[in-house]
Design a protein around this ligand. Sequence first.
Ligand code: FE2
Length: 245
Amino acid sequence: MNQPTPTRTPEVTIPALRDLNWPDLYAQLNEEGVAVTPQLLSREQCQEIIGTYDEPGLFRSTVVMQRYNFGRGTYKYYADPAAVPLVRALREKLYPPMAWMANQWAPQLGERTFPPTLDELIAECADNGQRRPTPLLLNYHQGDYACLHQDIYGDIVFPLQIAVMLNRPGEHFTGGENVFVEQRPRFQSRALVVKPQLGQGMIFPVRHRPVHGRNGYRRHPMRHGTNAVETGRRTTLGVIFHNAR
Ligand SMILES: [Fe+2]
């Protein structure tokens, strides 16, 4: 008997991923606490991801931030990031080099290392009750903002995440800068404002980063948020690698 051919979402290519200089990004991450990539996605690819926002079937939940005092604005978690080929490709292909960075941090933070593929991390999350996908699309209009926070979601925490800017700052929106605050033990906290261009990604720590001091490495807790959007619409894709409980 003939079996129906399983439908597969088409493979997508993201040429810019091949050209990323990971040692450079790792150096930038350690220097600044945040690494900004060259443009990862074309304008058309950004538009394609923004377009998914209006397809309710693709999302497992919608969070209206003001209901929880998270800030103001709305974000949606993808039900199955694999259903959106670009999101799947980004999460799968960015994971191995980010695991390479995370595994260099591991002994500096006194923490665990991570498997080389996303599938293995996702399987481990599932074994620990973290089965809900975490990639999300954040949609902010005039006056919307995000309070400083961390994206933890369970006991298994992959230490780095990436957010990709899908709009063109200055043209599609103004304001809405990304804000990072690094808590430096025994010193004053440091704020960092990052303004990625369309298609660029920001790689940053989920909860802390190692910083070398006089007595070896110390953990610097980091939180991130978004300054209020002044005009227009600002959409970003957040890729967190561990799943949620
Ligand atoms: Fe976040």
